[in-house]
Design a binder for this molecule. Structure first.
Ligand code: GUN
Ligand code: FE
Length: 499
């Protein structure tokens, strides 16, 4: 809670004052520092002069700023399936739910027929992608690493939508050419096709945003079973051919049957991680989603290559994939962020992912795998260390995610000079239906003229005015949702306001 001034020139934090100060004092301070003209507005959230935009959060309104959430793993075309998975597990889920929905986003030969433009994408793709971007922004996601589909025009449409709506994003055209695994109705036609279609999308994104200030391409081999050896080789080389090298995203060791399948398909490689390493796909700019069942050797390799991990706890529980040992990864020095993994994950909210990360970590100690490992590792079992706190989980949702997408100096926090990618949270108050005489009495005794009736999930309001910020944040993580997100900015630009 407090006030910040954000440079209108580059959307970065110019200065801030976390003390809650009254409007007059704030105005004087701003004038003294030469930030605003006497006639400019302070309360209207924008200075008339172009030097700065002023943003304030009010303690009385139960408001606070929070860094925008970073979703390090989300499948945009699977959004229509959010909440649909029955009791399937990964490999049958892909066949039953996922490939069918993704196949509707275009035709496999779109780019071969000269179709590259977002205008060539089916209406369905435009609609779904617009909904995904709007919905994730409304949940406070200011940066997302998206998997799209194999289709070039639809993938380019997703890039264009992120760009126009103002969401920071990595956009990946999904590569999947292995005919032994991919369905005939939904795949790249060949390894060469996989490469040329990927290049088309990269070129489109580089033309749209040459500096990559908002959107960037990301090389996306779907996962080992969907990719042929030549395709993996081409993609590794392609990423390395750029300066700086392109980002890469994929899945790893999500499910035990998947791990067994990879062993069968690539007997010459020592492990799942070793396949990616063999094809130069394990780099400091690689995001590995899930990483539930990595062996000790794979963990060492991931750390050695400085590849990053996207932890997707809601998805891992929904598809019964398992529980990733996040504390161990962090202890070993691996960089971890959070992913919703829509629609393996049922929710587009990173706040939900943070909550599920806490819950999964509390169950981890009860699993046989965990107990076996703690025994063999002969280090004294430190009771409960695997549990993540609220603060740690929120760290993964912001600063952790920023490090995963290689932007730790720019986003994920509020240091001076960082980019203003932020959500203004207003915790919910009592609902009109729950209003009691006590609430009216409390409102008048506070003398702020503010009603306790506010949009928001449940009675999050601090009735007796004694809750610490730590307590308010706990309530937010366990009970909050998009109704608490009042405004969202990316690069200093307002991109969402609660209606
Ligand atoms: N592995 C390969 N494709 C997918 C996918 O779409 N979602 C998840 N969760 N895992 C995958
Ligand atoms: Fe995924």
């Amino acid at each position: 809670t407090g006030a910040l001034w954000v440079s209108a020139a580059d959307g970065r934090i110019a200065d801030f004052d976390w003390q809650a100060i009254d409007d007059n004092a704030f105005r004087q301070l701003m004038e003294k520092q030469g930030w605003v003209d006497v006639d400019s507005q302070v309360n209207g959230h924008s200075a008339q002069q172009t030097k700065v935009k002023i943003v304030t959060a009010s303690d009385d309104l139960n408001e606070f700023f929070f860094p925008g959430f970073i979703d390090t793993h989300i499948h945009a075309p699977q959004y229509p399936n959010a909440g649909l998975f029955g009791s399937s597990t990964l490999l049958d889920w892909l066949e039953t739910y996922t490939f069918p929905v993704e196949s509707g986003f275009g035709s496999q030969s779109d780019h071969k027929n000269g179709k590259f433009s977002p205008r060539d994408a089916p209406l369905l793709a435009q609609r779904v992608y617009d909904q995904v971007v709007a919905r994730t922004l409304s949940h406070g996601t200011t940066c997302a690493s998206y998997f799209a589909t194999v289709h070039v025009p639809a993938t380019n449409a997703l890039a264009a939508l992120c760009y126009t709506r103002g969401q920071r994003a990595f956009i990946g055209r999904v590569c999947m050419d292995n005919p032994d695994f991919c369905p005939t109705y939904y795949k790249d036609l060949s390894a060469a096709d996989s490469l040329s279609a990927t290049k088309s999308t990269i070129e489109y994104i580089h033309t749209l945003d040459p500096k990559g200030s908002l959107i960037k391409p990301i090389v996306t081999p779907r996962f080992v079973p969907t990719c042929s050896r030549p395709a993996l080789e081409d993609l590794g080389k392609l990423a390395a051919s750029y300066s700086p090298p392109l980002h890469i995203q994929t899945h790893i060791s999500e499910n035990k049957n998947e791990v067994a399948l990879v062993k069968e398909l690539f007997p010459e490689c020592a492990s799942y991680a070793a396949v990616y390493d063999e094809y130069k796909l394990l780099t400091p700019r690689t995001i590995l989603a899930h990483a539930v069942h990595l062996t000790q050797d794979e963990r060492a390799l991931v750390r050695q290559r400085d590849a990053k991990i996207s932890h997707c706890p809601a998805s891992n529980s929904a598809l019964g994939s398992g529980i990733a040992p996040v504390r161990a990864y962090i202890d070993e020095g691996v960089t971890v962020g959070l992913g919703t993994d829509v629609s393996g994950g049922y929710s587009p909210s990173i706040l939900e992912a943070a909550r599920q990360a806490c819950l999964a970590s509390r169950l981890l100690g009860h699993t046989a795998d965990f107990q076996a490992e703690t025994c063999t590792n002969s280090h004294p079992k430190s009771e409960g260390r695997e549990k993540l706190s609220i603060e740690e989980s929120l760290y993964l949702a912001t600063r952790g995610g920023a490090a995963v997408v290689d932007m730790a100096d720019d986003i994920g926090g509020f240091e001076q000079g960082m980019i203003w990618d932020t959500q203004l949270i207003q915790l919910g108050g009592v609902k009109e239906a729950d209003r009691s005489p006590l609430d009216s009495a409390l409102e008048s005794s506070r003398g702020t003229g503010q009603s306790l009736v506010q949009p928001g999930p449940i009675g999050n309001v601090d009735l007796f005015g004694k809750e610490t910020w730590e307590e308010r944040i706990q309530k937010w993580v366990w009970n909050g949702d998009d109704r608490d997100v009042k405004s969202v900015w990316v690069g200093g630009k307002l991109v969402h306001s609660r209606g």
